[in-house]
Design a protein around this ligand. Structure first.
Ligand code: PEP
Ligand code: MN
Length: 350
């Protein structure tokens, strides 16, 4: 998978028929796509939905590789999938969000791979999606298990997180989680899957741009020759032509901080110093705030007053929202911050 940045992997959510797979791959190859995705075993939340074509799809993916010189990838989740893939010419696999959520499954996949007779097994390229829930440790844990077993061709995919609060996206992007992943594993290329974050076509382009602005290494995008007739994830799939337009309009910022001119660097450094100074002042103020809440905590205890006072809490949140509006700060951000600070004060008082 040695392609220049951004690395693009695209193809249908599911392989549905030989014709659909080959026509999608042909159209994608005309757009310059070199890496193809298609699920043949589909993890479905509920029974009764299309669960993939199974092993017969492997042949179609092999045909794509031979015909168009494209490398194909598919999802694996258990030892049967692994055995079928190891008997084929496919050597890129991805581990889906549901599987990454389960360390037993990850370890079983790894054990099946390393104990197979396939001598090239450690050359397999492995794309590891984030788990369903925003648990950075589970995601990193899966990566560490593969690393420990000797796999080196590892990639991570950010596909968003399931959330009951989310209204815009199918899976909430919670960008700080993939950015923390990148901080922990700077050498593992990080791709963004805007399709599973968005759940709908019109958000694929802005999410792809967002990922580029956040310095992601590539995109994993679902595309289908006829998205409206897709048997899975129809609403989020785009045509190869639409993918071409999105990629043509993508602004990729190649310049690293280190390559910037001395003048720009010194401007940014100056502002960073200012930010560092502000952060330190915020911490000092927080420390002072905690000291005061501890004093109040003692008084409450001595006088048998419960720690949590809902009237006071409502007032704090109301004042914060008013101030946020005055200062043109995002009120949701300020509400989140105040909830955190308040929860920590309550914890200290207890
Ligand atoms: C997929 O990529 O088709 C898929 C099932 O994704 P996820 O595991 O992210 O839900
Ligand atoms: Mn899908």
């Amino acid at each position: 998978m040695n392609q220049s940045k951004p690395l693009i992997i695209s193809g249908p959510c599911s392989a549905e028929s030989r014709k659909q797979v080959l026509s999608t791959a042909e159209a994608l190859s005309k757009k310059g796509i070199k890496l193809f995705r298609a699920g043949i075993w589909k993890p479905r939340t509920k029974p009764g939905n299309f669960e993939g074509v199974g092993e017969k799809g492997i042949k179609w993916l092999e045909e794509v590789q031979e015909k168009y010189g494209i490398k194909a990838a598919t999802e694996v989740a258990n030892p049967e999938h692994i055995s079928a893939i190891l008997n084929s010419s496919i050597n890129i696999i991805w581990i889906g969000a549901r599987t990454v959520s389960d360390p037993f499954s990850i370890q079983t996949i790894i054990n099946t791979m390393v104990t197979s007779n396939n001598t090239d097994v450690l050359d397999t390229t492995i794309l590891i999606k984030n788990p369903i829930n925003p648990d950075i440790e589970l995601w990193c844990g899966a990566v560490e298990r593969f690393k420990k077993a000797g796999f080196t061709k590892l990639y991570a995919i950010h596909r968003g997180f399931s959330s009951i609060e989310e209204k815009i996206y199918r899976n909430s992007p919670i960008w700080q989680v993939p950015l923390e992943f990148k901080r922990r594993f700077p050498d593992i290329p990080l791709l963004c899957d805007p399709s599973h974050i968005a759940g709908k076509r019109n958000l694929i382009a802005p999410l792809s741009q967002r990922a580029m602005d956040l310095n992601f290494d590539g995109l994993f995008i679902e595309s289908h020759i006829d998205p409206d007739s897709a048997l899975s994830d129809s609403a989020q799939q785009i045509t190869p032509d639409q993918l071409g337009i999105i990629l043509d309009n993508l602004i990729v910022r190649h310049n690293s901080f280190d390559s910037a001119s001395a003048q720009i660097k010194s401007k940014i450094d100056f502002s960073r110093d200012e930010i560092d100074d502000i952060d330190m002042r915020i911490f000092s103020l927080l420390s002072r705030r905690m000291d005061i809440t501890k004093e109040i905590g003692k008084l409450k205890k001595l006088n048998n007053i419960p720690v949590f006072q809902s009237k006071r809490y409502s007032q704090i949140m109301k004042d914060a929202s008013k101030k946020a509006n005055e200062l043109e700060l995002n009120p949701d951000f300020i509400a989140k911050l105040m909830r955190l600070i308040h929860a920590e004060s309550v914890r200290e008082q207890k």
